[in-house]
Each structure stands twice: as C-alpha cells, then as structure tokens.
Ligand binder design. Structure first.
Ligand SMILES: Nc1ncnc2c1ncn2[C@@H]1O[C@H](COP(=O)(O)OP(=O)(O)OP(=O)(O)O)[C@@H](O)[C@H]1O
Ligand SMILES: [Mg+2]
Length: 275
C-alpha cells in the first residue's frame, strides 16, 4: 500500500482575471507516474504553479489535498515542507547564493529547527547525488543556476529533487534542452527515485522522455482541462499523429486557453486501472 495520495478536484485558476485552469481533476498515488501532454498554451505550467502556490495565480474553485491535508490552505514554503516539489520549466537564477547554500537551507527548512542536517552529511549526500547525475563538482559552489547552460539547469533541478526527497515530484519540461546522454541521466535519476512513497507528475511534449520513463497514465490538456486520459499508448499515438484527431473528436478548433470557446464536456477517467 502506498502512503501517498495526492488529489486535485475541479481546480480552477485565473491570472489577472483571466481563467486559465477550467476544472482539472487528477489523482496521483505513491508509485505512480502521470504524464501531462498537450499543445503550447493549454495550462500545463499554470497547473504546476497553482499546485505550488505561485502568488500570481488565483485559485477560484476546487481542491488540492496531499494525504488528506488541504494544500490550498498552505503557504508556499509549507507546501514544499509537506513534500511538494516542482522542477520548473524555466529555473530562476539567484546571484550570490551558491547551489550548496540553497540546497542546505531548503533541506533544513524541511527538517525543522533543532533537526538540521550536519554539514559533513550534507556534503557527502550532495557529492553522491551530483556524481550519480554526472555533474561536475564545481556546480556545488556556483551561484544557483547563474550562467548554467539549459541542460545544466535541468540536471540541477533533478539534483534538488533527489536531495529534497519529495512526496510529489512535478517536472515541467525537464527534457527540454537536454542532449541524448543528459536525457538518459535525468531519466535514470527519476527512475531511481520511483517508489511507493512518491508520485510523479511529468509535463512533457515528447514521447522520447517517456521512452525512458514509462508513465502509468498519460493525460492530455487542452483549454485548461484534462480532455483525455489513457496509458502510454496515448502518448505514442500523439507522437505519431499529433493532436488534430483529438481536437476533431472533441469538436474544438483552438486548444489554447486564451480563446473563449463554448464549454465542452469531456469524459474523465484519471483513476483507471493501470495499463
Ligand atoms: N503570469 C501570466 N500572465 C499572463 N498570462 C499568463 C501567465 N501565466 C500563464 N499565462 C497564460 O496562460 C496560458 C497558459 O500558459 P501555460 O504556461 O500554463 O501553458 P503551457 O501549457 O505550459 O504551455 P507550454 O507548452 O508552451 O509550456 C497562456 O496563454 C499564457 O500566456
Ligand atoms: Mg509550460
């Protein structure tokens, strides 16, 4: 039995008064990997930001719970402490804060006062994690993401994930900008962390990532909601045929959230048995 249960129900969110998420339902249990695919501008990153509590996004309806606890009631740092982690599509650069300082503070914030990790233990862990991600040791003391190449930033996000030991890992286009070798290293990092104690939500445009990380469920997002769910074969079909067939089936012309369109109802089945 898994100890992790992450549930999103009827989530709606807006930015500057504009509706972006229009009712998202998703349920992730420990051990499961869910992939979210979908064309540009359909709300995927917004979903990730809303889950993490990004202040720009106002949740107007629905609920998010992690093991029964109300995530929407939590501050951003509380969400991280509760075990939510987001590897961002565009990681920010922080000048003046080294990678090691940042990670140690993040780990200690999670562990709480009086229970801080010892410096020696931290360094050993960081060195081991960096080694398994084939990262040059110099990245320990570089300022966070400053001057990192696109691929180095992505690898660094996985380093943070490995060290923070989250319960729900959200990876937003972790594969973008990675060369083939780095893609495999990142996928190995994710696969190594796969356990009953952890669930994954992986946003990607490409099947090639899913060749290395086999998802249990694949969801497609359009117009700010999940319009189709299936197994890995759904990603394969999108790779082969694109999104046109699905838009036709759904009767939508423009899949982005920006377009006002007639409300459409889609059958949802995100809790189907494993494929
Ligand atoms: N901070 C913001 N201010 C204004 N509009 C925003 C903001 N964040 C998101 N949006 C709009 O919301 C829509 C959905 O954006 P989102 O980033 O969630 O798309 P996405 O599905 O992640 O796309 P992509 O595949 O290109 O990353 C877009 O039209 C975007 O311009
Ligand atoms: Mg995005």
């Amino acid at each position: 039995m898994s100890n992790v249960q992450f549930t999103i129900q009827g989530l709606k969110a807006q930015i500057e008064g504009k509706d972006i998420l229009k009712g998202v339902d998703i349920e992730i249990k420990g051990g499961e990997i869910h992939a979210i695919m979908g064309p540009n501008g359909t709300g995927k990153s917004t979903l990730a930001s809303a889950i993490m509590g990004h202040p720009a996004y106002e949740v107007t309806a629905g609920s998010i719970t992690l093991n029964g606890e109300d995530v929407l009631e939590m501050e951003v740092d509380e969400r991280a402490r509760a075990g939510l982690f987001l590897a961002m599509q565009y990681p920010s650069e922080i000048a003046g804060v080294t990678n090691a300082d940042f990670l140690r503070s993040a780990i200690n914030a999670r562990r709480g006062e009086g229970n801080e990790i010892s410096l020696i233990k931290f360094i050993r862990q960081m060195e081991a994690s960096m080694k398994s991600l084939a990262m040059d040791p110099q990245f320990m003391h570089r300022y966070l993401n400053e001057g990192f190449s696109g691929g180095e930033k992505k690898r660094n996000e996985i380093l943070q994930m490995a060290m923070l030991d989250p319960k729900i890992c959200i990876l937003d286009e972790i594969d973008s900008g990675l060369d083939i070798d780095a893609l495999k290293i990142v996928a190995d990092g994710v696969n190594d962390m796969r356990s009953e104690e952890r669930g994954f939500l992986i946003i990607t445009h490409y099947q090639r990532l899913l060749n290395y990380i086999t998802p249990d469920f694949v969801h497609v997002m359009m117009q700010g909601r999940i319009v189709r769910s299936g197994g890995p074969e759904l990603a394969q079909r999108l790779e082969n045929e694109g999104y046109e067939w699905l838009k036709e089936e759904l009767g939508i012309e423009d899949e982005t959230v920006g377009q006002e369109s007639e409300e459409f109802q889609v059958p949802m089945n995100t809790t189907a048995p494993k494929y």
